[in-house]
Design a protein around this ligand. Structure first.
Ligand SMILES: Cc1ncc(COP(=O)(O)O)c(C=O)c1O
Length: 144
């Protein structure tokens, strides 16, 4: 059975797209989703169980804010919102139930530009991943 014989498990065109996105970004892998809302939900559902939380900012796209404020709590996952993206403020909000730090770059609608490197350091020191929603393509530092 070839790897692309079952279209539900692996769609060859999507597979090529994902490999090319990963190569462009210098990542180890990519997963394509049909929308931003789907992508962020899949990511957080994979990282969190009921009783866990994520740490994020109020500088979010409205649909994302709603997903974090209203929908995720229905699944037992809460979001601890910080009113900015200051690394020290985000750090203070992380606790032993935090499974991810989530930001946008460039933020929607304020066009704020968080310090990804400093925030990643804070998240990684706490042992959790930093998830970044990027609606505006930016070349990874290693591709500039
Ligand atoms: C930063 C950000 N994240 C997520 C989304 C959601 O994307 P979608 O409308 O594809 O669900 C948007 C939409 O504009 C966005 O600006």
């Amino acid at each position: 059975m070839s790897s692309d014989s079952h279209i539900i498990l692996l769609q060859p065109t999507v597979d090529v797209f994902e490999k090319r996105i990963a190569a462009l970004e210098g990542g180890v892998a990519a997963l394509a989703a049909s929308s931003g809302q789907a992508a962020q939900f899949m990511t957080l559902a994979a990282l969190c169980h009921s009783g866990d939380n994520i740490v994020s900012t109020t500088n979010l796209y409205g649909g994302t804010y709603n997903q974090f404020k209203v929908f995720l709590p229905r699944l037992g996952i809460s979001c601890k919102f910080v009113n900015n993206e200051e690394p020290e403020e985000l750090k203070k909000a992380i606790d032993d139930k935090t499974k991810a730090v989530y930001i946008e770059s460039i933020g929607n609608p304020r066009y704020n530009v968080p310090d990804i490197e400093a925030i990643a350091k804070v998240a990684h020191e706490a042992g959790v991943p930093l998830v970044v929603s990027r609606r505006i393509p930016q070349l990874s530092p290693n591709k500039r």
